[in-house]
Design a protein around this ligand. Structure first.
Ligand SMILES: Nc1nc2c(c(=O)[nH]1)N[C@H]1C(S)=C(S)[C@@H](COP(=O)(O)OP(=O)(O)OC[C@H]3O[C@@H](n4cnc5c(=O)[nH]c(N)nc54)[C@H](O)[C@@H]3O)O[C@H]1N2
Ligand SMILES: Nc1nc2c(c(=O)[nH]1)N[C@H]1C(S)=C(S)[C@@H](COP(=O)(O)OP(=O)(O)OC[C@H]3O[C@@H](n4cnc5c(=O)[nH]c(N)nc54)[C@H](O)[C@@H]3O)O[C@H]1N2
Ligand code: SF4
Ligand SMILES: [Mo]
Length: 915
């Protein structure tokens, strides 16, 4: 048995992980008690990491034009085809689209290869969809893309404002840290600003359920309020900033009374007043913002409006104070450091940084080989795919992201990819929605296999370590690019044998002609020059460290701008004039509902990894649509019924979840489902393409859609043994399908318009005739099972899934079948009864860590365990990562009010009161 330290590959918290390996198999993971991001904690996704590994479902061989080939052939094809396009159309006909999930070393090589040597400016990244607005706002205000805060600031604050962030689900370990601080320090106040009541409201003293997209107005109003109540920090403003007058004048162009602002934001004026009072009277305020701010057609201005208030109150660069843009992806920061955005060059140098092109050209020159850097920024993501659509860009190399799902108007993106002459995809998963568009498929190594560094939300650089060999012929992303660079004749400049050498070059570049005085010629805040020169052993042992890491700060830097000096030429931060704008996607009679999109607790993005761990599938097993009960009633939709949304570019089918957490007129859908998991549940197809004019970040949170029930004559649940390998569904045949992986079987939820003879269908499509069944045709109910040699092969229930008990017992029967066990007579009887012996596994899974389902929890509450502690003592739920505690609380509240509304249980906005 071996132990090794590494870093979690999911969210931007960047938790340290201790992995246990047995014979090159990872058998367990735990939080790293020494890692400063998590001090030993993990959330449920982190704790399930080892369950997402294994060779099944992985890409293991390169493919060219659909045929498996060896690496030499694949790499030669990439190089020859890229060279031909470059020769015929010029370098700008080539592009790359990268990801905040690549390691810094992969990212560095990609940026150097495409911008430096292929000579195309068109290299962008999915960080465009994620952090671009925060980046643009940081640069405007601070002169550099730098997050001033660190995690400890949450512990030092008197007021923490979560704006457009569902921290409880999306940065769970940080949320638990904030929650623990609040328990220790009852004076700490938390405000949540989000149109939707989320689980983060569990610790909120005040909740502002504002109208979508009205944050700009709320924060410009706050700036005016600070001025009107004498709460500006005049000394700080005079010494360290510029632009107050213009910012204030813009804020005052609209009515600045609380009543007027509250009306525009659709808020209760008293609540807004409370927030303004708290913000203006406290010094130690952290405003933590995320996609509810960034993913907007005015995201840069919204972030700017927040930063303005922090600068105006001198609430920046102090312990417990600052605007804190929390990053999403594990290496969103690293990508920004190497220059992965189309408007950046490298190492915090942009195209408009004086002397940058020359400096970079000299740095990257090797004997006999001079880079050919482009002179102007390239296309940002949306514009890039438009250029592909127009045929101007003829080649795109996509690594570690899935634009066929995650870009708005995703069907249009698919059409653009379909006509692109050369699509190269580097990917780990064998089946994604993007791969059918690829001419060349390159199998990449993944987490636990690859070696390198990532930078988390608080600028902390940590090592991800390669602990196991990649499956089949999968190779590291950096290696693949180096091999292509060699074939393109750039070998001299890419003579790396190990990521340590790439990291060393990256660290040297950060310090190259970078005077330590941050105002000098060529000065850049991003400087890790003290990490240059690490040998392999030192690189391998590198402990987490926050940049800048320089000769002056060899142990790193926790907080930026403490001396009030910023990275602008005059050292002053800039307040910017902000004129609030609403969403660009217009509601209309045809599409009258506002569509919000976001994440769920147990899934990661397109589910290529979390979708492999059955226990993570159970929290939200199917695509869904969260609807306010009034809207549901107006559209004739009941809880758990299937419903359909139609947007400008496509439709979406999911199960309605009635919820008072949702504002009337607004819907929420998860971003995670793809064609691999459901028939029509890609939310990207619903959205129009509108980008922030400054950052280019698409408006992903404010779509316009129509809602209707999905007409279906029947619904069925089918569970099929893995090795039967049957995909019983195509949308043509059924109106709806969702696939839910279990441990040794696949569960399918199906619905359709035309009645069918199920027993005949099963025999034909599944190849195993029904051995047992019971039928109630009058009510359209059927239960049946197919057995072979006494072993369970498939199980079917026709009827509404609401009647379905939890399926953990069934999963166990399939696992037994896989190991050759035949069913007992009693087990056969229960198969048709459709339940086990009543063991409380019914309903959706609430606690993923301890696998406790809603049924067991409700039963325990009914028996008197009506507190989180009592439930924890009896069932262990909520005792590990703590992420399910808000749900436990709402189940308890719900039971206390059993006669109450039939709506989904959630804390209601009205229930959260001003403390
Ligand atoms: N479980 C899980 N965690 C993740 C991820 C994941 O896929 N799964 N992904 C990671 C990544 S890449 C990212 S970027 C982060 C994202 O982390 P978050 O930003 O927390 O995630 P979202 O759920 O996309 O959106 C946050 C909230 O914005 C709200 N919102 C929508 N419109 C508005 C608005 O106009 N104003 C305000 N104030 N709020 C609004 C939504 O209701 C939602 O609750 O999560 C990271 N963590
Ligand atoms: N409407 C709407 N749209 C959104 C969002 C939203 O909130 N609403 N959020 C946006 C945000 S913030 C983000 S970050 C994006 C996320 O969206 P994407 O980046 O498109 O989603 P992922 O599933 O993370 O894609 C990563 C892919 O890379 C593969 N992969 C994993 N590791 C590696 C590796 O080491 N090398 C290689 N080559 N491949 C690897 C995975 O299998 C997966 O297929 O979605 C954006 N789109
Ligand atoms: S909080 Fe984020 S980084 Fe930490 S374990 Fe969970 S997903 Fe991984
Ligand atoms: Mo993201």
């Amino acid at each position: 048995m071996q132990q090794a330290r590494t870093t979690c590959p999911y969210c931007g918290v960047g938790c340290g992980v201790v992995a246990q390996l047995d014979d090159a198999q990872m058998i367990h993971v735990a939080g790293d008690a020494q890692h400063p991001a998590n001090y030993g904690r993990l959330c449920v996704k982190g704790a399930a990491l080892h369950e997402t590994l294994g060779e099944h479902g992985r890409l293991t061989r390169p493919r060219v034009d659909g045929a498996e080939v060896d690496w030499d052939t694949a790499l030669d094809s990439v190089a020859t085809r890229l060279a031909a396009i470059r020769e015929a159309q010029g370098a700008a006909a080539i592009s790359a689209y990268l990801s905040g999930q690549l390691l810094t070393e992969d990212y560095y090589v990609a940026n150097k290869l495409f911008k430096g040597f292929v000579g195309t400016p068109h290299l962008d990244t999915n960080s465009r969809l994620c952090m671009a607005s925060a980046v643009a706002a940081h640069k405007r205000a601070f002169g550099a893309d730098a997050v001033p805060c660190c995690y400890e600031d949450l512990e030092e604050a008197e007021l923490v404002v979560l704006v457009g962030s569902n921290l409880a689900w999306n940065h769970p370990v940080l949320y638990q840290r904030l929650k623990a601080t609040k328990t220790r320090n009852p004076l700490l106040r938390v405000v949540v600003i989000d149109p939707r009541v989320t689980d983060s409201c569990e610790i909120a003293d005040l909740y502002l359920g504002l109208a979508p997209g009205s944050d700009g107005r709320l924060f410009t109003g706050l700036l005016a309020r600070m001025a009107d109540t004498g709460r500006l920090d005049r000394v700080y403003l005079d010494r360290h900033t510029a632009g107050l007058e213009e910012a204030l004048a813009a804020a005052r162009e609209e009515d600045t009374t609380v009543e007027a602002i509250a009306a525009d934001c659709d808020l209760d004026p008293e609540r807004l007043e409370t927030f303004y009072y708290w913000f203006t009277t406290q010094l130690h305020v952290v405003t933590l913002f995320s996609q509810g701010i960034n993913q907007s057609s005015s995201g840069t201005d919204k972030a700017g409006a927040i930063i303005n208030c922090h600068l105006a109150g001198g609430k920046t660069g102090l312990p417990g104070a600052g605007p804190f843009s929390i990053t999403g992806q594990p290496n969103a920061m690293g990508g920004r450091e190497v220059g992965g955005l189309a408007n950046q060059l490298a190492a915090h140098m942009d195209y408009d940084t004086p002397g940058a092109i020359d400096r970079l050209t000299r740095f990257w020159t090797t004997p006999g080989l001079v880079p050919t850097l482009p002179e102007k920024p390239g296309h940002k993501a949306l514009a890039l795919f438009e250029a592909i659509e127009r045929g101007e860009v003829q080649a795109v190399w996509i690594m570690g992201t899935n634009p066929a799902v995650s870009l708005p108007d995703a069907n249009r993106v698919r059409r653009a990819l379909a006509r692109c002459p050369l699509v190269i995809v580097s990917e780990c998963a064998a089946a994604t929605d993007l791969l059918p568009y690829a001419d060349i498929v390159l199998p990449a190594s993944g987490w636990s296999e690859k070696d390198g560094t990532v930078t988390n939300s608080e600028r902390c650089i940590s090592r991800q370590r390669g602990l196991m060999p990649p499956p089949g012929e999968a190779r590291h992303d950096w290696w693949i690019m180096v091999e292509v660079a060699r074939r393109l004749g750039f070998g001299e400049a890419f003579a790396y044998d190990h990521p340590a050498e790439i990291f060393d070059e990256h660290a040297r570049l950060s310090g190259f002609e970078n005077p330590s005085d941050s105002q000098g010629e060529g000065a850049r805040l991003f400087d890790i020059s003290a990490l240059a020169g690490l040998d392999r052993a030192a690189y391998d042992a590198l402990a987490p460290i926050q940049w800048p890491v320089t000769a002056d700060a060899p142990h790193g830097t926790a907080r930026l701008f403490e001396a009030g000096r910023f990275a602008t030429p005059d050292g002053r931060a800039r307040l910017v004039p902000v004129r609030p704008r609403g969403p660009a996607q217009a509601l209309s009679e045809v599409r009258p509902l506002r569509l919000n999109t976001g994440r769920v607790r147990d899934q990661w993005h397109t589910m290529t990894r979390t979708g492999r761990a059955p226990r993570l599938m159970n929290h939200r097993a199917e695509p869904f649509i969260e609807v306010h009960p009034d809207d549901a009633a107006a559209h004739g939709i009941e809880d758990q019924q299937l419903a359909r949304l139609v947007g400008a570019g496509g439709d979406y089918v999911g199960r309605a979840r009635l919820s008072r957490a949702q504002r009337p007129g607004e819907l929420f859908v998860p971003i995670h489902w793809t064609d691999q998991f459901s028939g029509r549940a890609r939310m990207g197809a619903l959205l129009e393409q509108h980008a922030d004019p400054l950052s280019g970040q698409p408006e992903a949170k404010h779509g316009a859609v129509s809602l209707a029930p999905l007409a279906c004559a029947w619904e069925a649940t089918l569970v099929v043994a893995d090795d039967l390998a049957v995909a019983p569904t195509r949308c043509g045949e059924v109106g709806y399908w969702a696939r839910i992986p279990l441990a040794r079987a696949q569960r399918w939820q199906l619905a359709g318009g035309e009645a069918r003879d199920w027993l005949a269908w099963a025999a034909r499509r599944l190849g195993v005739a029904a051995s047992l069944w019971c039928d109630d045709p009058a009510h359209g109910r059927l239960r049946a099972a197919g057995l072979q040699e006494g072993r369970l092969r498939w199980w079917l229930m026709v009827g509404p899934p609401a009647e379905l008990p939890g399926l953990a017992w069934l999963d166990a029967r399939f696992s037994e079948a896989a190991s050759g066990e035949a069913l007992t007579t009693e087990q056969r009887r229960r198969l048709l009864a459709g339940c086990d012996d009543g063991a409380g596994d019914s309903g959706p899974l609430v606690c993923s860590c301890h696998q406790v389902a809603e049924g067991a929890i409700v039963a325990a509450i009914r028996e008197g365990d009506a507190s989180v502690e009592a439930l924890g003592a009896r069932l262990a739920c909520g005792t590990q990562c703590g992420s399910c505690i808000p749900e436990l609380k709402s189940l308890i509240e719900d039971r206390a009010d059993e006669e109450g509304s039939h709506a989904r249980v959630k804390p209601q906005p009205e229930a959260i009161d001003v403390a």
